[in-house]
Design a protein around this ligand. Structure first.
Ligand code: NAG
Ligand code: NAG
Ligand code: NAG
Ligand code: NAG
Ligand code: NAG
Length: 394
């Protein structure tokens, strides 16, 4: 039990200090000084989109993301420990591999990874099924869920891409003790009752004909999709070996009643105690709702979603005279409109939104804390990675 011995040594050392009693109470159960090089790669679920103070603009990294909570709060303070926080909102596994893995230093002791959500098209699904930015109807919603299912079940897609990403990261790990933690996603919805069935989060509230409601069936389908992504992530980590581990926090968010539409909750309920995800009008403790509207440097009034979008569309059209807005598709290149899908300017509406809107369907600080704690618990229980056994030991 080397860690127990270490703790005892540490306690003995502290006893000889001034405020020993106080320090003793705070002494960590497990030492983490072996973590010299800590790194975090991934998508917005690692970047912590919207959670806490903003750390940068290009990748929308935030202070209350689980990697940053680990580095600055949960792992004991250690001047020697470096943290490369490379996660970037919107990144697919291919982009994470090409940009973030390449940028990793050598000799990483602890690496955290979140990837896959953007590969299966989570944004188009939420856009088509929930916000309906493009006035997508039920068919579009079903179609995008179906496409996601195919990518999840096709071994040559999600499984293969995540495997490649992990394989590319392994040579960057410390060969003696490096350990990789892959974090999954959590189902967004409670599915115990039908209270939510008459609620819609469609943004064009006036267009009744296409509006989708948060019906039990849709909520179940979206949860199921998240579960199957988690199952693939778990499978990839198991197939790589014991130094790559999976953290499944889905059940913990459920236990905390952290999802939208938990039983008995009449949505919208954006500031409900225990809600783990952001809603449109969530204002976290310590946030200034007035400032929140200005957080991205723009002046979109958060209170009026439809008005705000219309305004931004107008502004965008002024900036890009060669574009036009097609409510079914989004922005289209005027000179190429009508020529199949060619003129489509992809995902523009989504990416021109301020983070205070984009963070919907992302974890709040409480949610990131759940992920960070689970990860640390697992790390403390299973310890650092182990060197591959030599041939003669086999
Ligand atoms: C997997 O990677 C390939 C090559 O980068 C890419 O074309 C494909 O779209 C990716 N699949 C998924 C599901 O992201
Ligand atoms: C949904 O139905 C409940 C009663 O079951 C009602 O209190 C609530 O106002 C309704 N919400 C909407 C958006 O119609
Ligand atoms: C919130 O921010 C606005 C604009 O920066 C400021 O005028 C206001 O005093 C702030 N309110 C609080 C409670 O800090
Ligand atoms: C957008 O522009 C149109 C016409 O150019 C105008 O009628 C409309 O009021 C504008 N909307 C907003 C929110 O500025
Ligand atoms: C729109 O199409 C024209 C003609 O094909 C092209 O020159 C221009 O670069 C396109 N603009 C954008 C933003 O794609």
């Amino acid at each position: 039990m080397p860690s127990l011995r270490l703790t005892l040594l540490l306690s003995a050392a502290l006893l000889s200090c001034g405020s020993a009693r106080q320090n003793l109470l705070k002494a960590p159960a497990v030492e983490h000084s072996w973590i010299r090089n800590f790194a975090s790669i991934g998508d917005s679920y690692s970047a912590g989109l919207g959670s806490g103070d903003r750390l940068d603009w290009t990748c929308s990294r935030y202070a209350k993301s689980y990697p940053n909570i680990l580095q600055n709060t949960l792992l004991e303070r250690d001047e020697e420990r470096q943290h490369q926080f490379l996660a970037c909102s919107g990144a697919t596994s291919t982009e994470i591999l090409e940009k973030q893995v390449q940028a990793l230093q050598h000799g990483i002791d602890l690496l955290t990874v979140s990837a896959g959500g953007n590969d299966i098209g989570l944004t188009p699904i939420l856009s088509n099924c929930i916000y309906q930015f493009y006035m997508a109807g039920e068919d579009d919603c079903e179609k995008s869920i179906e496409e996601a299912r195919e990518r999840i079940s096709d071994r040559a897609q999600l499984y293969s891409n995540i495997s490649k990403l992990i394989d590319a990261a392994l040579p960057k790990m410390n060969p003696d003790r490096g350990v990789v933690y892959v974090t999954g996603y959590a189902g967004f919805f409670g599915v115990e009752d039908e209270v939510c069935d008459n609620v819609t989060w469609a943004v064009w509230n006036s267009v009744e004909s296409t509006k989708q409601y948060l019906k039990l069936e849709l909520r179940k389908a979206l949860n199921e999709m998240v579960r199957s992504v988690n199952a693939i992530l778990r499978k990839v980590t198991e197939d790589v070996g014991p130094n790559v581990r999976f953290i499944d926090y889905d059940h913990h968010i459920e236990k905390a009643r952290g999802r939208y539409c938990e039983s008995g909750v009449q949505e919208p309920s954006p500031n409900r105690q225990g809600l783990s995800f952001y809603e449109w009008n969530t204002v976290d403790a310590g946030e200034n709702s007035t400032e929140l509207q200005h957080r991205t440097g723009d002046d979109v009034p958060k209170g009026s979603f439809e008005g705000g979008i219309a305004e931004r569309i107008n502004k965008t059209l002024q900036e890009h005279p060669d574009w036009q807005f097609d409510p079914d598709k989004g922005f289209v290149n005027k000179s190429r409109a009508g020529v199949g899908e060619e003129g489509l300017i992809e995902d523009t509406i989504h990416w021109m939104l301020p983070d205070s809107w984009k963070r919907v369907f992302h974890l709040r600080p409480e949610g990131h804390e759940i992920v960070a704690r689970l990860l640390l618990e697992d790390l403390d229980a299973r310890g650092p990675g182990r060197k591959e056994p030599e041939m003669e030991e086999l």
